[in-house]
Design a protein around this ligand. Structure first.
Ligand SMILES: [Fe+2]
Ligand SMILES: [Fe+2]
Length: 206
C-alpha cells in the first residue's frame, strides 16, 4: 500500500536534511554578500537565524551520535565544536557591526570561508560515517529530534537559552549565536544521546 511504502522508505533522513541546510547556508552567504547596503542587515539576520538553528541541532543531536558511533568520535566532534565556536564568535562580532561598513564585508567573508569549510568537514568526517553506521530507520527518525532542537535554537526566549546565558539575544534576535555554547553542552549532549538512542532503537542500531 502506498502509505506503508511511504512509512518504510522515508523521503528524507537527518543527513539529507543537514546537507540541504548546508546548501541553504551557502546560498544565504551569497545573498548577504550581494545585497545592497540597505538590505544587508536583514539578509544577514536571516543567515544568522539559519546558522543558529542548524548548529543547535548538530550540537544537540548529530555530534553526540557521531561521538558514540564513529571511530575516534571524540576527536572528530571536538574539532567540529571548535570550528562552531569560532564561527559563533565571528557571528556575534558581525551582529554588533555596521552592516554597511567595509569591515563587515571583510569579516563576513572570513566567516563564510570558515563555515563552508566546517560544513565540508562535517559531511566528510561525520555524515558519511553516520550513513554507514546508522540504520536508515534511525537516521530518518532523527529528523524529528533535529526539528525539535531547531525550534529551541530559533527561540531566544526558550528556557534553554535563558538558563544558559542569562542575557538577552543579540541584534539578530538569536540567542544561540552566543560564543562558547557548544562547550557548555557536554552534559546535555549525553542526555540527548540517551534520548535519541531510546527513540531510535531498532534491531539494526549499533
Ligand atoms: Fe556544524
Ligand atoms: Fe552543519
Amino acid at each position: 500500500m502506498v502509505r506503508q511504502t511511504h512509512d518504510e522508505a522515508p523521503s528524507q533522513d537527518v543527513v539529507d536534511l543537514l546537507v540541504e541546510q548546508h546548501a541553504m547556508i551557502r546560498e544565504l552567504f551569497a545573498r548577504v554578500t550581494g545585497a545592497d547596503a540597505r538590505n544587508r542587515r536583514a539578509t544577514f539576520e536571516e543567515l544568522a537565524r539559519l546558522l543558529a538553528i542548524h548548529e543547535t541541532a548538530e550540537e544537540e543531536v548529530v555530534h553526540p551520535l557521531a561521538r558514540r558511533l564513529l571511530p575516534g568520535g571524540d576527536g572528530v566532534v571536538r574539532d567540529r565544536l571548535d570550528e562552531e565556536e569560532k564561527a559563533k564568535e565571528m557571528l556575534a562580532r558581525l551582529d554588533e557591526m555596521d552592516a554597511e561598513s567595509p569591515e563587515f564585508l571583510s569579516l563576513l567573508d572570513e566567516l563564510r570561508m570558515a563555515v563552508l569549510t566546517h560544513a565540508q568537514y562535517e559531511e566528510r568526517y561525520e555524515f558519511l560515517y553516520l550513513r554507514q553506521q546508522g540504520s536508515p530507520d534511525q537516521l530518518a527518525r532523527l529528523v524529528g529530534a533535529v526539528r525539535a532542537a531547531e525550534g529551541r535554537g530559533a527561540d531566544p526566549a526558550s528556557p534553554r537559552d535563558g538558563e544558559r546565558h542569562g542575557k538577552p539575544a543579540g541584534r539578530s534576535g538569536v540567542g544561540a549565536v552566543r560564543p562558547h555554547e557548544g562547550r557548555g553542552q557536554e552534559g546535555s549532549d549525553e542526555r540527548d544521546v540517551t534520548h535519541a538512542r531510546v527513540r531510535c532503537s531498532s534491531p539494526h542500531a549499533g
